[in-house]
Design a protein around this ligand. Structure first.
Ligand code: GDP
Ligand code: IMO
Ligand code: MG
Length: 428
């Protein structure tokens, strides 16, 4: 058995795509288990940039299969767009399959996401407007449309009618917006089903058999623990479980089958969208980090908010995920920025010093981070391949993180290209 899970430990965009790409060259399966095309996972092959949204980031190098498992919400039109873009660049997509159980993002999900965000104004979550929340809502309400339904005209027709009865009334009466035409939606989705029929398969049995027969299976998380529906900064979260626990329900594999739990964190913090961010640098230094780190959303192009590394939230994320291998990315971005701060505690509004995360998002806004200040470094580290060659201040920074979390950093990423890594321990 050789299973690997890659999850984000902050607010997304930690570099999961890059790490998945690196690990996928030795994987028989690369599996997405939650989220949808709200993800934006960047992979650089030399100068060539690829941004994967719904497709697993293993698609470029994995010699086996890429699976979009049951826990993912699938926009079929965007799936076809993404695969054809890759094919146009000379990559095969024949090895990508989608679970029959995965739920389908319908046009009314996207509209609902958009109308709600518009209505919320300053109070909005800042979603990607890809229809993720409304699609998961229908799944839980047991009225969702699954990939398998796209292959059954009668079922699809009935489900579209049922859903549109409700949604159209909401659009018309509450939002004052136009209704959707059931015939048009049906025609579009029945033909999308036909275009995907060869890819819609059962995935859970194959994945379990692969694990039992010793194949290497890599699970790729989207979003991150601080955006987790249960353990993130609710309600400023996504609507799925981007944790290692999410793998079990999202791909149909048991907890006992998960081996290497890899948590990816940036050497600092970013967040796109609204919600609390205790270590945010809403100043010139934050702007500088945004510029050097090219911190603009891979899906929406929005500028990412930037700030110092927050060990309090990172410890929470490692605990929930049971991380046993850490990856620190974008260490190169901190070169030359001077002294580096790192949050080890929060000061609560009633002046208590705490080192654990809170379930109260309203309180979190009022917490002040308490920092340790560490020496910075000026050297360009982007081409360094061995840990020993790193400036001693950079090593001290990494060792501080390891000591606080009690978890070893097994890989340090020092640039966006797939070869820009310092690997301290071969996992396979
Ligand atoms: P993901 O959503 O977790 O896959 O991350 P994104 O792709 O949204 O954002 C990470 C960004 O940082 C992308 O533009 C990557 O190309 C880039 N990146 C990843 N690792 C590194 C690194 O170590 N150094 C630098 N400078 N950029 C990196
Ligand atoms: P990757 O996989 C960063 C954020 C949105 C918003 C909140 C809810 O690239 O790390 P949603 O559309 O999911 O309902 O939006 O979650 N968000 C992300 N932020 N990276 C992502 O994915 C994200 N996916 C969603 O900005 O705040
Ligand atoms: Mg991203």
């Amino acid at each position: 058995m050789a299973t690997f899970v890659v999850v984000g430990l902050q607010y997304g965009d930690e570099g999961k795509g890059k790490i998945t790409d690196v690990l996928s060259s030795k994987s028989d399966y690369v599996v997405r288990f939650q989220g949808g095309d709200n993800a934006g996972h960047t992979v650089y092959v030399g100068e060539d940039k690829f941004v994967l949204h719904l497709l697993p980031s293993g698609v470029l190098q994995c010699k086996g299969k890429c699976i979009i498992a049951n826990g993912v919400v699938v926009n079929p039109k965007n799936f076809l767009k993404e695969t054809s873009q890759l094919e146009a660049r000379g990559y095969s997509t024949d090895h990508i399959f989608i679970s029959r159980r995965a739920h389908v993002i319908m046009p009314y999900h996207i509209l609902l996401d958009t109308y709600r965000e518009e209505e919320a104004g300053n109070e909005s979550i800042g979603t990607t407007k890809k229809g993720i929340g409304p699609c998961y809502e229908d799944k839980i309400a047991r009225m969702g449309i699954r990939m398998v339904d796209l292959l059954n005209p009668e079922v699809l027709r009935e489900k579209i009618n049922l859903n549109l009865k409700l949604k159209n009334s909401l659009f018309e009466k509450y939002y004052g917006k136009p209704k959707l035409d059931a015939d048009e939606v049906y025609e579009e989705f029945i033909s999308l089903g036909q275009a995907l029929v060869h890819r819609i398969v059962d995935t859970e049995r194959e994945l379990n058999e692969a694990i039992h027969s010793g194949k290497t299976v890599l699970f790729e998380g989207a979003q991150a623990l601080m955006l987790d529906i249960d353990f993130g900064t609710y309600p400023f979260v996504t609507s799925s479980s981007p944790s290692t626990g999410g793998v079990c329900t999202g791909a149909g594999v048991p907890p006992t089958s998960l081996q290497h739990l890899i948590g990816v964190a940036k050497a600092y913090t970013t967040r796109v969208g609204n919600g609390p961010f205790p270590t945010e640098l809403d100043n010139e230094l934050g702007e500088k980090i945004r510029k050097i780190g090219h911190e603009f959303g891979a899906t929406t192009g929005r500028p990412r908010r930037t700030g110092w590394l927050d060990l309090v939230s990172l410890k929470h994320a490692c605990m929930i995920n049971g991380i046993n291998n850490l990856v620190i990315t974008k260490l190169d971005v901190l070169s030359g920025i001077g002294e580096i701060k790192i949050a080890t505690h929060y000061l609560t509004e009633d002046c208590k010093k705490i080192d654990y995360f809170t379930s109260s998002t309203t309180k979190l806004y009022k917490y002040t981070p308490i920092y340790e200040t560490l020496e910075g470094w000026d050297e360009d580290i982007a081409q360094i391949k061995s840990y020993d060659e790193l400036p001693s201040a950079a090593k001290k920074y990494l060792e501080f993180i390891e000591k606080y979390l009690g978890i070893a950093v097994y890989l340090v990423s020092v640039g966006p290209e797939r070869s820009q890594n310092i690997i301290r321990k071969e996992l396979f």
